[in-house]
Design a protein around this ligand. Structure first.
Ligand code: LLP
Length: 424
């Protein structure tokens, strides 16, 4: 079942038309389907049935409090990468012990806050971080539960900017240097090593890189145990892909089958950190056409959403499906166009060379698969207010982050005291 579909010629999010939300909220806006979020979660929950495993939502993909809470109420933990995300997870009701703190550059002050909040696990990514964390835990008189994130040096076959498990990426400790790092961790009195972590990249559409990486880490786990370490947990990371165009990402069931097979007999509790797969297809960005500008080379459809609202197309050459909110006639001709925003940069596009039914000023369009790395990566470049977020649940909808007013944006700034007040 699709949670976004045409009914009676109108695009619906579950039981609500996007046009109705637009009339109330204005454009552009992000819209998330609670049903789709729950369905995505259930796939994971069903997938790990019978396994000694847990799922920590990688909330960097979409950190709206309502979204985190929805997953938390269904049993999710959280994978965080900053104290800001930690505060969000806690505010949304995720118990601290179900929080995993990942990230390549955590500051002592951040580690301190995380330990004070009693987060369940810290995934350490360097020897320097081991030392810092040990010192901070010592100051607080606690022992920190850690895994060491290793870099298994496999090619995830994904976009260069979102691959993380190659030697040349900054993430994790080189798998060949991991034993030394574990030895160091073992000597540090305020650290308790509980396991190994990995994360090889994002938007993976093949299971082969997972298989290859797990095989390498499994071997490492054997060596670490022989070295005398207790390795109880194996954090597999996130990364499973979704459909943007015609990708065929593996099912969660197939993914879990591979993981179960490759980790059989290892005796580790497994952790998964999915982000995109839980939220990506559950969200859309809705925008209104401002004007259509026919050009010599191509037609530009200028819409009121822009690269500051959804940066994926320009940053990763990402392809997002775009559909008119009012269903076009079956036999409608298409025109080749670029869907672009109003920002003063040629990189400001949502789609290029796309064949779409003719659009006119005032029409609404829906940009699909925008629930992950959409709103969270938005900025207010060109002093454009952050786009509001809406959650639909059945026939209800609610604004879960309002659009700030320009006044609110200005109030966040200060003149230095040496400047005269602005004359009225
Ligand atoms: N765990 C760790 C340690 C991560 O670094 C990430 C994502 C995840 C889990 C979740 O990965 P996912 O399941 O969402 O693929 N902004 C980019 C994606 C960046 C991903 C960064 N790390 C994009 O829009 O494609």
């Amino acid at each position: 079942m699709s949670f976004f579909e045409y009914r009676n010629g109108e695009m619906h999010a579950e039981g609500v038309t996007l046009a109705a939300i637009s009339a109330q909220v204005g454009t552009p806006f992000y819209c998330y389907s609670a049903g789709a979020l729950r369905a995505a979660w259930r796939e994971f929950a069903d997938g790990i049935k019978g396994m000694n495993a847990s799922v920590c939502y990688a909330m960097k993909a979409n950190s709206n409090l309502a979204v985190i809470r929805l997953f938390g109420e269904m049993g999710a933990g959280a994978d965080i990468v900053s104290v800001g995300e930690m505060r969000r997870a806690l505010a949304a009701g995720i118990p601290a012990e179900r929080i995993i703190y990942s990230g390549v550059g955590k500051k002592a002050s951040e580690l301190m806050e995380a330990l004070q909040a009693k987060v369940g696990q810290i995934n350490v990514e360097s020897s320097a971080e081991l030392e810092t964390l040990n010192a901070v835990a010592g100051q607080l008189g606690v022992r920190a539960n850690i895994t060491i994130r290793v870099n298994p040096d496999v090619d995830a076959g994904t976009h260069a900017k979102i691959t993380t498990g190659r030697k040349e990426n900054k993430f994790g400790i080189d798998i060949d240097l991991a034993r030394e790092a574990f030895a160091l961790a073992g000597r540090l009195p305020h650290l308790k090593v509980v396991g190994v972590a990995m994360h090889i990249g994002s938007q993976l559409t093949s299971l082969d890189p997972y298989r290859a990486a797990i095989v390498r880490v499994r071997e490492l786990i054997g060596q670490l145990r022989a070295d005398g370490h207790r390795i109880d947990r194996f954090d597999i990371g996130g990364g499973l892909g979704i459909v943007y165009a015609d990708e065929k990402p593996p099912s969660i069931a197939d993914f879990m089958a591979v993981v179960a097979r490759e980790t059989e007999g290892l005796g580790c509790e497994l952790t998964f950190e999915p982000g995109r797969r839980l939220v990506g297809e559950a969200g859309v960005l809705v925008s209104e056409v401002i004007l259509v500008k026919p050009g010599a080379a191509k037609t530009f459809v200028i819409v009121d959403a822009a690269m500051n609202d959804l940066i994926r197309p320009t940053l990763y050459e990402a392809w997002h499906d775009i559909l008119p909110v009012r269903q076009p006639r079956q036999d409608a001709a298409t025109i080749r166009c670029d869907i672009v925003g109003p920002i003063c940069e040629s990189g400001d596009f949502l789609a290029q060379n796309r064949d779409l039914p003719p659009l006119a000023a005032g029409d609404l369009v829906m940009i699909r698969s925008a629930g992950a790395y959409g709103a969270v990566m938005a900025s207010s470049y060109n002093s454009r207010p952050l786009v509001p977020e809406v959650m639909v649940d059945g026939t209800r909808f609610a604004v879960i982050r309002p659009r700030p007013t320009i006044d609110e944006m200005l109030l966040a700034e200060r003149f230095p005291p040496w400047m005269e007040p602005v004359k009225a």
